[in-house]
Design a protein around this ligand. Sequence first.
Ligand SMILES: [Zn+2]
Length: 504
Amino acid sequence: MESSQPNYGLVIKGGLVVTGGADGTDYDPGALVTEGSAIRWIGPLESLDDQKIGRFCEVVEAKTSIVLPGFVNAHTHSNECFDQGTYDNLPLDLWSLYTYPFSDVPRLSERDCYLQAMLSAVECIRGGVTTVQDDLITPIPVPEPVSGAAKAYLDAGLRAVITVSMADRPALDTLPFLEGNMPDALTSELRKIDMPSVADLCELFRGLHATWNGVDDRISIVPAPVGPQWCSDNLLQEAASLAESFDTVMQSHVLETKLQAILGQKQYGRPVIEHLDGLSVLSPRLTLNHAIWATAREIELIGERGSSVCHNPLSNLKLGSGLCPVGKYLKAGVNVSLGTDGRSSSDTANLLEAIRLASLVHKIASFEYEDWISADDVFQMATVGGAQSAGLRHHIGTLEIGKKADIILLDRNHWSFVPENDIVRQLAFSATSEAIHSSIVGGKFVMRDRTLCNVDEDALKQEIKSASDRIKAEFYPDIDLNARRLLPYVSRIYRDIMKLPWSR
Ligand SMILES: [Zn+2]
């Protein structure tokens, strides 16, 4: 039976079905029927009858499974995928010199970009992710990263929101404290680096959107101005108007570090979020990645404008960036999603790791335990929060009739759930991704009993190893050299900024 048949469906029969909906309805034992890419029926097993089952349905026995909505990894960068375990003990502003070099930026082939995204896809699927938001930061405006990633996610079977990243500010402006604080030769070298024009970046977006958006009903192409310190006001506004006219979401890195907060104040003469609001960029379409160093007024403003915040606790800890005030955002009515961030800064695309860390780490931020965020809050962030940030709130995030059949199945007999107390808490505090045995995206299996349906993992590993060796041999010596030349100066600025006062 071919899953390409329009009437193809699944009857997932038995087990605990957690809908994730606002009313908290679960069915135990439950059943779920899919038809094509959508959920046709969901309810208690005893109500399942022939009328609810479509034609060509395959029965999936799920008596010993927990059926959940698939997770949304709301922020990652597949372009970092070959770098896990490469860096340690570097704060973001120094780590970026290696991962996002100003010069000698490698231009990778579409196949290399495909392999990076495939690696991301494999980790995502194994970690229960059915939708990934891949923010492809590409300092040079070329189509290969987006095309490669789109092909990879289509092949792997995932749903993906892929960004066309945009930056046009000269390198020196992104760290203006550098000027006058390093040798003139280095300063003039940085001055010579060409940046793309706003028109070129918008053109690139239009072309890639025309090619990939909506393919197989699984790919969205969205604009992503990398962050205010890397983008002119004109580019920020143009990106927002692209999102408006193409009816997409957009995302941007904002207030990830204290340096960014202080730089923003210096650049704009007001807090960054207030500046974005002044440009009319702050809207429900926008997800602010990280948003750690926001003042109380900025948090309020984000809530008033309906923008989302994406929390990335793994990379925030590893790069020493700080702790996102998630509790304050939730109190301000802000939609919060959850991401792993890239594999150079968090070293994984497995969202379950982020779910665990987010459920734990905020409890050390304050003694006010009644304000701590809960495992339930984090589950919401990983499902409906991510769905909203991806612009897919009406299509994914919960198991409901008419929504996409993006579903994960966990082993109810896995030690994490034995004995059974509270599924969501056990998922957050106890489960490992080995408990996730199957995954369905748009009504089609992408992993079944821990075997990926569309990926030859052995062949993929071989190709990734040789691609990574080749890329590292060709590009990394220069990247290393350039980073080391800048490191002492950026390091001094970093230390000076860290001493400056800042309060929420
Ligand atoms: Zn990021």
